[in-house]
Structure formats: structure tokens, C-alpha cells
Design a binder for this molecule. Structure first.
Ligand code: GAP
Length: 451
């Protein structure tokens, strides 16, 4: 990794902690590997990314509905899905430092010995690769016997397959249709995570789109394009996004075609989201194992078939990290460094900062009144009266607030405020009575600077 990129990642991690996006979990006990907590601004960012995904995938469509399924299912589910037998990474152990590494990612891994080297270079012998299952095991009930073993789900998708018939019979949908879910998944990840890119618990946003087998390829192409478009619409730099088709040797056991949407992170190109053609693998396996027929009878064509599935699967935390990295910018303004997060206003944790120009002449009271009004209208606001106005703008730039409203002398006399725009730093005068509408219009019409 070039030094500048390493520094960029360090700056982002430090900004996240300082401004309340992401904190290391269990920090007062020394932390716990690959695990993070989200602070006040981080939780808002996650919520907005989740909402943007749900709106686009479910609310704006008439062919997709949602479910929310259990994290701990009958353990048979994971045997039948192939996760008990196959959901593993090849791992090697170092006999000297006792650390475990992914055999296929040795070049990216560092040995804990100082000075840190690649695994094996510390003089320790590496074992032969062994399969290490990524699922977290637990026990149901008071006795830790093998009969009571259960698993924390490693993907939300299976909960959707298990409810295929329930959704079909309760919703009047017929293929092609989709079932979406957002929820926590768990994987016992061993490799270093690059901040929140890879963690042990994370939130997935997945959608299983059930189609007649003959239409699978067409729908695969449609969802590939739609998911790519979504990231562009939310402002990601087109040149840092690419679609990469999997080689046959890379395909998961259930898939006959997969495309990753990849992003160019400071640590290199990495998977942001996967779109998989899962064939009829899951429904067929669950039909066979449970004895419940999960096929669909089309009354118009009088054909019975097991639907094929197209699955766009992303991680909410990874999406949020990607938006954060992509939004990060530094520039010199009047001799000072301005740090700015150029979030799309729809995902910015705060939409509008409200400031009195000075702490007198009734300005704080007026600013609080305007802020309360915008808050009641469900705009995310932040009131600030501390420090010079320039410093207040910078504090909001650093957390990605797209608009700041300043109450000044003219507000008191003529009922107009100054709205300062984050990206261009330009200021316009807006009537207080028209402020909410102006802000909503600006959020809707936002375009990536230079895009
Ligand atoms: N149901 C298919 C499936 O789970 P996946 O590629 O293993 O496919 C889908 O996961 C997405 O979930 C990934 O593209 C990534 O965004 C997210 N994801 C997977 N493992 C993750 C981890 N350990 N930490 C954060 N996000 C993860």
C-alpha cells in the first residue's frame, strides 16, 4: 500500500473516532479484534444507507417485499445449504508465533512478531492449509451437548428461502418477484479487517429474486446494472467502481455466475457487493431435505418449476465505509486545510447546521426557533453557537453536513437567512418561510461535484 493511502486510511479511522462515527469495541478492556461500535453520527449514517437501500429495493418497486427472519434457525438449514460442510477458508498456523492466517491471503497478512513480516518470514514453519469453518457455533438450552448445537447465521439469504412458500401464499406475488431482508450476520473472520471492511458481525442487505429458469440470465444482467446504478446515484466516483465477473474456479458452491461490484479502497480493489445467480440450488436442496415441495405452479402456462434465484448481496457497514472513504477530501482554503466529507445529502448524518452569527441581539433565540421548526419537519439538524462562524462551518464540513443556515442581522429585520453550501462553499439568501422547501429541493437535486 503506498504511504499516502495508508495515511488516508489512518486519517479516516481517526476522524471516525474523533467525531463519533466508529469506536473500537470493548475499548476500555483493550478492544476485541475486528469488532467495532458505532457512535451518534455512525448510527445515523448506517440508518440512512439502510433506508436508501430499502427504499430503492422494496418501497419503490411493486415486485419486491421484505421479511425479517431469525438469526438462529434450525441447524439442519446450514447442513442443507452447504455451510456446515463448505463454508470455510483454508488456514495455516505459524508454529513460532502461533498465529493463524488465510492460506490464500498470505501476501496481505502480517506476522505479529516485530518488526512485522509476512507469515513464515519470522522463521516459523507454516502448517499445511486446513479448512476452518467461518460459522459461529452456540448451544441452545442449558446443556452443551452436540444435540443442542446451533449456528449464528452467516448470511440472511437462507431465512428468505425458508419463507419462500409463506411469502408466496400470503402476498399474491408470482415469479418474477423478490424478497428482501436487512439484518445481522456473523462470521468468525480471522484475517485483518481493514477497519470495518471485514468484521465478525455485520449487517447484510440481501434480496432473493425468484424467476422462471429461462429468464435467469436476463434478470442477472438487470440486477447487475441496477445495483451498479444505485452506487452511482448515491455519488460514488464512477472511476473507483468496477464490475468483475467471477472465474469458474471462484464461484460459490451454489452459483453458476457471480459478478462483484468492486471499489478501489485505499488498501486496493475489494468487493463491495456481490450479485449471484444462485440457480435453484437452495430451494431444491431445502425441498429434498425437508420433504416440503418448494416448486411453483404457474396457472397461466400450467407449468411447474423450481424458481431460479438472482441475489444482490451487500453489507450495510461496508457500504457506509465505502461512502465515507469516497466522500473524504482535503483542500487548502485561505491557507488552512479544509477536511470535508462530500456525502450525498440523502445519506449525510446531519442535513443542516443552524447557527446564530453572534450570541446576542436575539439571534440565538431565532436560530433555535428555526432549528426546532426544521427538526419538527424531520430534517436532521445540529445547532451550534460556539466559536467563530468559519470554525463552525469547518466542523460541519468534516462530518459531511451539506447545508449550514446562519441567522444574522437581516434575519431579524427581513426574515432571510444565509445558507452556505458545503461543496461549493457558496452562500445564498433564503426566506425563512421558504427554507424547508429550499433544503428539500437542494437535497433532491444534489450532484456530485464535477460529476
Ligand atoms: N448470501 C450471499 C453472501 O453472503 P457474500 O459475498 O459472502 O455473499 C455479501 O456477502 C456481502 O456481505 C459482501 O459483498 C460484503 O458487502 C458483506 N460482507 C461479507 N462478509 C463481511 C464481513 N466479514 N464484514 C463486513 N461485511 C461483509
Amino acid at each position: 500500500m503506498p504511504a499516502t493511502d495508508l495515511q488516508l486510511m489512518e486519517k479516516i479511522v481517526s476522524l471516525c473516532k474523533r467525531r463519533g462515527f466508529v469506536f473500537p469495541a470493548s475499548e476500555i478492556y483493550g478492544g476485541i479484534g475486528n469488532t467495532y461500535d458505532y457512535g451518534p453520527l455512525g448510527v445515523e449514517l448506517l440508518r440512512r444507507v439502510r433506508e436508501a437501500w430499502w427504499n430503492r429495493t422494496v418501497v419503490e418497486r411493486d415486485d419486491v417485499v421484505g421479511v425479517d427472519t431469525a438469526i438462529i434457525q434450525n441447524p439442519r438449514v446450514w447442513e442443507v445449504s452447504g455451510h456446515v460442510g463448505g463454508f470455510s477458508d483454508p488456514m495455516v498456523d505459524c508454529k513460532k508465533c502461533k498465529q493463524r492466517f488465510r492460506a490464500d491471503k498470505l501476501q496481505d497478512a502480517r506476522c505479529p512478531e516485530r518488526p512485522s513480516k509476512h507469515p513464515g518470514e519470522c522463521g516459523g514453519e507454516l502448517t499445511e492449509p486446513r479448512a476452518f469453518n467461518l460459522m459461529f457455533r452456540t448451544h441452545i438450552g442449558p446443556v452443551e451437548s452436540s444435540a443442542a448445537v446451533a449456528y449464528l447465521r452467516p448470511e440472511t439469504a437462507q431465512g428468505i428461502f425458508l419463507n419462500f412458500l409463506n411469502v408466496l401464499s400470503s402476498s399474491r406475488l408470482k415469479p418474477p418477484f423478490g424478497v428482501a431482508q436487512i439484518g445481522k450476520s456473523f462470521r468468525n473472520e480471522i484475517t485483518p479487517g481493514n477497519f470495518v471492511f471485514r468484521t465478525r458481525e455485520f449487517e447484510q442487505a440481501e434480496m432473493e429474486y425468484f424467476v422462471p429458469p429461462a429468464d435467469a440470465r436476463r434478470w442477472f444482467d438487470t440486477w447487475r446494472a441496477e445495483r451498479h446504478r444505485w452506487y452511482l446515484d448515491l455519488g460514488l466516483a464512477p472511476e473507483r467502481l468496477r464490475l468483475r465477473d467471477h472465474e469458474a474456479s471462484e464461484l460459490a458452491h451454489y452459483s453458476d455466475a457471480t459478478t462483484d461490484i468492486e471499489y478501489e479502497y485505499p488498501f486496493g480493489w475489494g468487493e463491495l457487493e456481490g450479485i449471484a445467480s444462485r440457480t435453484d440450488f437452495d430451494l431444491r436442496r431445502h425441498s429434498e431435505a425437508s420433504g416440503v415441495d418448494l416448486s411453483y405452479f404457474d396457472p397461466e402456462t400450467r407449468e411447474r418449476y423450481v424458481p431460479y434465484v438472482i441475489e444482490p448481496a451487500g453489507g450495510i457497514n461496508r457500504m457506509a465505509l465505502t461512502f465515507l472513504i469516497d466522500a473524504y477530501g482535503e483542500e487548502t482554503v485561505e491557507g488552512d486545510t479544509r477536511v470535508v466529507l462530500r456525502f450525498h445529502p440523502e445519506i449525510a448524518p446531519i442535513t443542516v447546521g443552524v447557527f446564530p452569527l453572534v450570541k446576542k441581539e436575539g439571534m440565538p433565540e431565532k436560530a433555535r426557533e428555526i432549528e426546532a421548526e426544521l427538526r419538527r419537519a424531520r430534517l436532521a439538524t445540529f445547532y451550534d453557537e460556539k466559536a467563530a462562524i468559519g470554525r463552525r462551518y469547518r466542523r460541519q464540513d468534516e462530518v459531511g453536513t451539506p447545508y449550514c443556515v446562519t441567522v444574522d442581522g437581516e434575519t431579524m429585520k427581513e426574515g432571510v437567512v444565509t445558507v452556505r453550501e458545503r461543496d461549493s462553499m457558496q452562500q445564498v439568501r433564503v426566506k425563512v418561510a421558504e427554507l424547508e422547501g429550499w433544503l428539500r429541493e437542494a437535497v433532491r437535486g444534489w450532484r456530485r461535484p464535477g460529476g
